[in-house]
Design a protein around this ligand. Sequence first.
Ligand code: BES
Ligand code: MN
Ligand code: ZN
Length: 496
Amino acid sequence: MEISVKRGHAHEQKTACLVVGVHAGKRLGATAEALDKATRGLVSRLVKRGDLGGAPNETLLLPEAPGTAAERILLVGCGRPEALKPADYLSLVQKAARTIAEAGLKNAVSCLAEIPVRDRDAGWKIRQTCLAFGASAYRFERMKSKPSKRPHFARLGVLVGLDDSTEAQHAVNTAKGMLAGLSLMKDLANLPGNHCPPAQLAETARELGKTYRSLKVTVLERADMHKLGMGALLAVAQGSAQPPKLITLEYRGCPDESRPIVLVGKGVTFDSGGISIKPGANMDEMKFDMTGAASVLGVMKAVAELALPINVVGVVPTVENMPDGHAIKPGDVVTSLSGQTIEILNTDAEGRLILCDALSYAARFEPDVVIDIATLTGACVVALGSHASGLLSNHDALADELLAAGEKSGDRAWRLPLWDDYQKQLDSPFADMANVGGREAGTITAACFLSRYTKDYRWAHLDIAGTAWTSGKAKGSTGRPLPLLMEFILGRANLA
Ligand code: BES
Ligand code: MN
Ligand code: ZN
């Protein structure tokens, strides 16, 4: 999708559709009133007649736009003429973008950046508009034998006032970088397991390393990991015909030696459960069990594309979790890279096994903070549904910073406690710990397990089991939590 900043009058914009906010009440809003004049009172007549109530999210697509250079107008209700809540603005731009994509239009000019939003500047509104249109333009058709004939939304114009010009261009550039990362992330997550084994993630990382000179990519093979002593990660991989990989991407955007943000993404390219095999229903969705990994690759791409002045390292442990004659069995004990031993009571709790070794490995980058991202527990879906990712951390300030980034980006997280009280659920009579902690508080005990490998640095864990993808007819990657992570990184680079 192309995006450009537009200046001038709304009615002079040549476009398939002009997207305009309309407030309920006497004052329609600046652009709506100007368009009302250009269209000889059409907009106000429709509002008076009740065709557009003006409640937030209501839309009305006018198939003609007399008196303007546009072919159509999409009127978007913005509620009473007072500043919108940020969440309402987000759902309104998303609705507008969806309406335009569903109408099969190929381009549009949005005037929605003028709508006042509480505590948010023009840059935020423009960025969110670009992201919403980008999301509705995204398609995954690579696995179809023929491309669909549906017209594809391809060009967005963002109309801004003169005062906002430089800020607008900056916001558009940021959104473009994020959309490049999002598109890579969603493609990887949506790819079926047979087309995206660990080797494919490694290959994708290597390609990123070729495209961006600022990225240094290394891939550890099974033998390398064996030498290092990554017994937990290798244990998960041993039941699969697909060899495991440990990918690292080092981005140095800061000339000084400032400590990097390290992102660790769970990359289980398919999670059958292993010998503790999962029930059949919806098992296909376990191809999304590498969304944490995909988000790390997407963020690294966005950061490199935007050439951000900050140091970031991505670490991606990636395996396939399968049952076969070589697979780990309940009761097996393995030794992790940290030296701690683990009794594997359930082979379906594999994410923490690959993450614990990757988290120990992360220490060598002398991180400022480490954030791991994982579709880790079904319990998190039960606790928070699909609205918020779970957040657990050993550092309050880091947790607050991530929560704020979630709020600001609309990609929210909610913190759960990591109290020592829960640790004893992991006691094992045979090893230093068990890999599961029983039915109660499954998301917390999973994080408790990880906390035993992250004692030497500030660490946060994002459980994205409920937010990473949608099920049903519109099944697919949501792109979360890339917006949260990018907001966090942009904030740290003083560019938010
Ligand atoms: N990848 C799953 C978690 C998951 C389940 C994510 C459903 C999204 C939707 C993870 O590897 C897993 O199987 N976790 C187990 C842990 C249990 C055995 C302690 C779970 O949540 O059931
Ligand atoms: Mn599992
Ligand atoms: Zn899993």
